[in-house]
Design a protein around this ligand. Sequence first.
Ligand SMILES: Nc1ncnc2c1ncn2[C@@H]1O[C@H](COP(=O)(O)OP(=O)(O)OP(=O)(O)O)[C@@H](O)[C@H]1O
Ligand SMILES: [Mg+2]
Length: 449
Amino acid sequence: MLVVRPPTRNPLKLARSRLLASYIAVTAAIMALLAFGFYSYVRSTLVERIDDTLKHVVQLIEHSMVIVPEADGRLRVDPDRVFAGGDDDPTIELDLIYLEWFDPQGRPVRSTAVFRRPVPLTRGLIRATVEVSPGHKLRQLTVPVRREGQLLGYLRVSHQWFEVDKPAQQLFFDLLFGLSIAMLLISAGGWVLTEMALRPIREAYNQLKQFTADASHELRTPLAALQTNVQVTLADPEPSAESYRKSLEVSERLTRRMGRLVGDLLFLARNEGQENAEGQTDCNLTELLQQIVEEQMPLAAAAGLNVSIKTSGPVMVVANPDQMSQLFTNLLGNAIRYTPTGGQIALTTGREGKDAIVTVSDTGIGIAPEHLGRIFERFYRVDTARARQAGGTGLGLAIAKTIVENHQGQIWAESEPGKGTTLRVRLPARPGERRAQSEPAAGALPLEG
Ligand SMILES: Nc1ncnc2c1ncn2[C@@H]1O[C@H](COP(=O)(O)OP(=O)(O)OP(=O)(O)O)[C@@H](O)[C@H]1O
Ligand SMILES: [Mg+2]
């Protein structure tokens, strides 16, 4: 059977509606539980109050009963004076309370109430709620009355049930109304809260989408060039060995560029947002920088640049050496790439309090203030055409920033267009190595390009 799935909805919208639905459901359940608890508490208090009144009336009547001894010595309650004193007690409101007296066999003897449907005596049940006519309920308390071990009869006191029903009903509707209003407010609040909670995720999601689009675009350019190059060579009916070689050289250059781009993308995907860089060991930044300068020297020399390194001795940090090497290669690579022939590049290492500081300065083209804040973004290039021509994809500084942040450091750029740029890196120095020393000694190791 062919199953056709509808296209997936925007996952953020789906997440928001699910979050909102579960928030409302949980809050509604908690509120309903609280309201039910409150309602039950108030209702049981009302019933208790009526039961207390009934108990009080029973005690009052029991004490005021007129008991007479019979000829056979048995005690008997005078049927005309069962409720003597009781029904003129001001605490007994006879429109709310009914009194009934039953003989020991459970037959009715006296009553202050006339019920359309008399309620028979249930001896076992002390407290009960009964319906005497449709919609008319009573709360009853029945007690056997004994004197000197002899059962004289049963006294049943009834109280109007509406004293419980009416306020309980009112409370029920009030709570329902209050709950509806509260749920409306909670839903509106939830709408705003979920939006606030999802905003950073939405931003990250959009950034990721943009990143994927940029990465595909950057890969497509060399891929298209490669394809054209191969097609042109294949279309030549009589290709010379020379043209084949040229074509292969171009292909090699393009694949190398794609390989570098894929490598950079993989690095960012694996390392961005990590708390700590992996494989950290003791690392001497001065030594590392000297190695990098040596490696990059041919490139600087070819560009006609002078590279110097100023240091005051070893600067130790705990870091991943490969990543440190990549970080400073990127910075030095930029200085070489964006400095015209005859320019100067100066590197310094030193310490400032608890931190190791490395600077890479050049006398190159500089960066305008409006671009300075964005150069650490992925794929951001000030002059796209120029950077692409120079082989740049705009990932170098994003990688540098990721590396520095994964080592709990900071990186920032200072620049003046036409005059030059300085990139500063601050990393926590290795514990025990930290001593205040701000300015590095000058001219420790000049290297001429
Ligand atoms: N030292 C510098 N002088 C002038 N501009 C610079 C310097 N360093 C970086 N920039 C500017 O910042 C942009 C981003 O630099 P980044 O290193 O991220 O990318 P890239 O050098 O273009 O490419 P990639 O480093 O990926 O090969 C560069 O395109 C360039 O415009
Ligand atoms: Mg770069």
